[in-house]
Design a protein around this ligand. Structure first.
Ligand SMILES: [Zn+2]
Length: 296
């Protein structure tokens, strides 16, 4: 495990799992076989598995030590959580907390948890099972959640038409945090810390946010699921099947990539394979990646 240093801020990736996920042809609503085939030479094996046709997906958190606060950005899937119909995320028993400890952070050290959105693979470790109850994993943390996203998932959890894995996600990973009085609902522009600012990046979910980091003259963007796979850098018009508002998702993706290209910000998405982060260059009306291989 290696750290990245962005200005005075130390960023460490905490992995939950890495492996083949959804088939590419099913995952992108705009999928076109010829367009995808033209990118395959650089996607395999880290970001695409040709033999199965599946995208390779990392599920990880970013541990961000600013000097003032220890911040966890996105909280993976969590353990022992029933996610019917989602076998890769159902009833996990992963050593994620041990990996967090190996990075030098105990649960009580986390000051702020910031979920970019409230999908099951971003808020799972918000809570853990203790004596048959879901309780906040990080006893001293404020849990920042997008106000818009929370309102959406709170309503969805009460709707019997909502898939069980999504109702479960709200009920076991969000509601216990609210009931414990540890949630803080935030809006566009919220400053988590002197160097971390929440920015609206909606479309993937109604209240999806990104988190912008600025320390001295260095920049980074924690982009959550505005992009899932690096092929969405050159093919930035391609959404994921989970993007609820495809036009807004595309606009948010373009805004992030433009910001990275103009400011030199390091792109730190939630699901990219090794080395998990890249700088972005504009190329005509598209973008290309400059991988951050020094730190994995
Ligand atoms: Zn995700």
């Amino acid at each position: 495990m290696q750290d990245r240093h962005i200005g005075d801020v130390r960023v460490t990736r905490i992995e939950e799992q890495m492996g083949p996920g959804f088939p590419a042809k099913d995952f992108f609503p705009e999928f076109d076989a010829d367009t995808f085939a033209a990118e395959q030479h650089w996607l395999a094996p880290s970001y695409y598995q040709p033999e199965s046709g599946k995208l390779m997906t990392s599920i990880h958190s970013w541990l961000v030590r600013t000097g003032k606060h220890t911040v966890l950005i996105d909280a993976c899937s969590g353990n022992h959580k029933p996610r019917p119909g989602m076998p890769r995320f159902d009833m996990l028993d992963s050593p994620w907390l041990d990996r967090l400890a190996a990075a030098g952070a105990r649960p009580e050290d986390i000051d702020i948890v910031m979920c970019t959105h409230l999908h099951f693979d971003h808020d799972g470790w918000n809570t853990q099972l203790r004596d048959g109850r879901w309780v906040p994993t990080f006893p001293n943390a404020r849990y920042l959640m997008s106000r818009t996203d929370h309102a959406h998932w709170e309503a969805a959890a009460k709707n019997p038409q909502t898939p069980a894995f999504e109702r479960n996600t709200y009920n076991d990973s969000v509601l216990p945090v609210i009931e414990a009085g540890k949630a803080v609902l935030v809006d566009d522009g919220h400053a988590c810390d002197d160097c971390l600012t929440v920015r609206a990046a909606d479309g993937h979910t109604p209240g999806h946010v990104r988190v912008d980091l600025a320390s001295r003259d260095r920049r980074a963007v924690f982009s959550g699921d505005a992009l899932h796979n690096p092929v969405q850098v050159p093919l930035w018009r391609w959404n994921s099947t989970f993007c609820v508002d495809r036009d807004r998702a595309r606009q948010s993706r373009h805004a992030i990539l433009s910001h990275c290209a103009e400011s030199g910000a390091l792109l730190l998405p939630a699901h990219f394979g090794t080395p998990h982060a890249a700088r972005i260059r504009a190329r005509g009306d598209s973008f290309e990646l400059d991988w951050d291989w020094e730190r994995r």
